[in-house]
Design a protein around this ligand. Structure first.
Ligand code: SPV
Ligand code: MG
Length: 285
């Protein structure tokens, strides 16, 4: 599915969704400018958002079984492709097992990152003593996972955390090439700089070596860059990884405070979806 979409469109836009409701809203979202219509091409199942929704840290405490099960209700209401964030993928045996389950659950792609130890969210950076996995061991995990792939279009995406963990562009590129040799179908290059410099440099060199391997990025910290520029530098999938859960957080925080502040709901009604709107969305029309 993702491969097919990439044949028709050079760059796809994915957005985090953590519930059926958020998926219903995302599915209906579009923006028309001149004669062009912008819509989302797919969904990102984020470890950060899924954990936050359960009120637990983003460190693999939340099991993949539970996350995949929760995705089945999302899968039942949309054909949009879903990429699931599998964190480290655990060990090669578990990863290979979950690659199989993901396909059975009609998920389109899985991502594993090249870190070891107790996983922490990438946006915390190097300060939290996150460690990069030895590339031979990481490549072996990719290789083992790939053996479980039985669907033609299913993707295993290798996520490179080197730039966040103090490695050079060259070393990160070499790690990426090794992951591709082990079977990775696409590369997610992560950066937490507040400019896209690293992503631009990485992408340029990577595209020279592997022009047909899709490149993916998560522009959370370098958020001034627009779709078109990312397309220009060779990014094939842009993931907005946490904006649905973060915007809900803010809305809930504000509304729950303001009802106490105004001692009634009159002032906040226009910040809430109307009853008719919420009743309509569940009619699935
Ligand atoms: C997530 O959304 O869970 C991610 C992306 O892994 S990040 O939070 O940038 O690490
Ligand atoms: Mg994650």
């Amino acid at each position: 599915m993702i491969k097919k979409l990439l044949k028709n469109k050079k760059t796809l836009i994915f957005i985090e969704s953590h519930s059926v409701l958020s998926t219903l809203i995302i599915k209906k979202s579009f923006y028309k400018k001149k004669n062009k219509i912008y819509k989302y091409d797919g969904l990102w199942s984020s470890s950060l958002s899924d954990s936050l929704i359960q009120g637990i840290p983003d460190n693999e405490i939340l099991g993949l079984n539970e996350r995949i099960k929760n995705l089945s209700s999302i899968r039942s209401i949309t054909n949009l492709p879903i990429i699931i964030d599998f964190d480290t993928g655990r060990n090669p045996k578990y990863f290979s097992y979950y690659v199989n389950i993901a396909q059975k659950s009609n998920i389109d792609a899985v991502v594993i990152e090249d870190k070891i130890g107790i996983k922490q969210n990438s946006l915390l950076g190097i300060k939290n003593k996150q460690k990069i996995e030895d590339i031979e061991s990481y490549s072996n995990k990719i290789y083992e996972g790939k053996k479980s792939v039985y669907k033609k279009d299913f993707l295993i995406i290798a996520r490179m955390e080197g730039l966040i963990l103090g490695k050079s562009i060259d070393e990160t590129l070499n790690r990426s090439y090794k992951s591709i040799k082990a079977g990775a179908d696409a590369i997610l290059i992560h950066s937490i700089l507040n400019t896209p410099k690293e992503i631009i440099d990485f992408s340029k060199l990577h595209k020279k070596k592997y022009p047909n391997i899709p490149l993916i990025c998560i522009p959370t910290t370098y958020n001034k860059i627009k779709f078109n520029k990312l397309k220009e530098i060779g990014i094939n999938i842009i993931i907005y990884a946490n904006h649905i859960v973060r915007s809900s957080f803010k809305a809930i925080e504000k509304i729950s405070k303001d009802i106490l502040k105004y001692q009634r709901t009159y002032e906040i009604e226009n910040k809430c979806a109307s009853i008719s709107k919420i009743l309509k969305i569940t009619s699935r029309k």
